[in-house]
Design a protein around this ligand. Structure first.
Ligand SMILES: NC(=O)c1ccc[n+]([C@@H]2O[C@H](COP(=O)([O-])OP(=O)(O)OC[C@H]3O[C@@H](n4cnc5c(N)ncnc54)[C@H](OP(=O)(O)O)[C@@H]3O)[C@@H](O)[C@H]2O)c1
Length: 259
């Protein structure tokens, strides 16, 4: 498969696997050259990257830890050097706490780790990318930033409160950037996945099999990474040009209040 019309590139953090990989694949299909970001070396995910090679989709892999300032700067440099212009940023990389511990016993180390990767890193990567977009693009051209938050931006889990707080902070960050960047035609949106089948949910897979069976989600199935990627694709498309600062729940209806 070949791309008809190449656009500015799309940077997707945490795209070596899971939701980020599905987003990278979909945006490649949508004709964006792709910048894949993960901490692991490229050869660790070479099987996942085969899709881009087989379909002749342009991509680069920039091994980076987004919590490091110099890595964030390098991501922008590499993207510009290779593809000339950034059109899309998807802040997807995120982590759960290493251990689920009750709020009253949460450690400062765990709080710092989760806040750093899930909130501080997208905050400052967005700052860098937005500055570059403002510099490079014509005001009539749309650019898009999508933040992958979570149903945990609103729902409470006392045994991973640092995750909930980081995602609630990222939801506020989305709205703030939407307001700040609207005048430059850089539109900022948020997707809120519910429970999605990836490595992140592997350890709680049995628990959710049971809860889904019992009706936790009105749509009775696991979410897939592709469910999330499809909505990111919509936000980036020309079909969404007079909306900013919105979010979509991708959670099988979990957010609907029930009695
Ligand atoms: N799965 C769910 O049910 C679910 C639900 C709601 C929200 N989310 C959110 O969706 C996003 C993706 O989740 P997922 O389930 O796809 O996770 P995942 O399967 O654990 O994948 C995480 C990705 O992020 C990368 N990553 C982690 N820390 C990084 C760092 N410091 N710098 C650069 N890359 C980093 C990982 O690669 P390396 O390990 O190589 O760095 C990997 O590519 C996260 O923000 C998560 O909070 C997930």
């Amino acid at each position: 498969m070949t791309n008809n019309k190449l656009k500015g590139c799309a940077i997707i953090t945490g795209s070596s696997r899971g939701i980020g990989l599905a987003i990278a694949k979909q945006l490649a299909i949508d004709s964006y050259p792709i910048v894949i970001i993960a901490r692991s070396p490229q050869d660790k995910c070479s099987e996942n990257l085969q899709f881009f090679i087989d379909n002749n989709y342009p991509f680069i892999y920039v091994q980076s830890d987004i919590s490091k300032k110099e890595d964030r700067e390098n991501i922008v440099t590499q993207a510009i050097n290779k593809f000339g212009k950034i059109e899309v940023l998807v802040n997807n990389a995120g982590v759960a706490p290493l251990e689920r511990v009750d709020l009253l016993n949460m450690s400062e180390e765990s709080f710092d780790r989760v806040m750093d990767i899930n909130l501080k890193s997208p905050m400052f990567l967005t700052q860098l990318v937005a500055a570059q977009m403002i510099k490079d693009k014509n005001i009539n051209e749309k650019a898009t930033i999508v933040n992958v938050t979570s149903c945990s931006s609103e729902r409470l889990s006392l045994n991973r409160a640092e995750y909930c707080m980081s995602k609630a902070g990222e939801s506020m960050m989305s709205k703030l950037y939407a307001l700040a960047l609207a005048e430059y035609n850089i539109l900022v949106h948020e997707v809120r996945p519910g429970v999605i089948k990836t490595d992140m949910t592997n350890s709680v897979s049995k628990k959710y099999d049971q809860l889904i069976e019992e009706g936790l989600f009105p749509i009775k199935r696991w979410g897939t990474a592709e469910d999330v990627a499809n909505v990111v694709s919509l936000f980036c498309s020309d079909k969404m040009s007079f909306s900013t600062g919105n979010y979509i729940d991708i959670d099988g209806g979990l957010h609907l209040p029930r009695l």
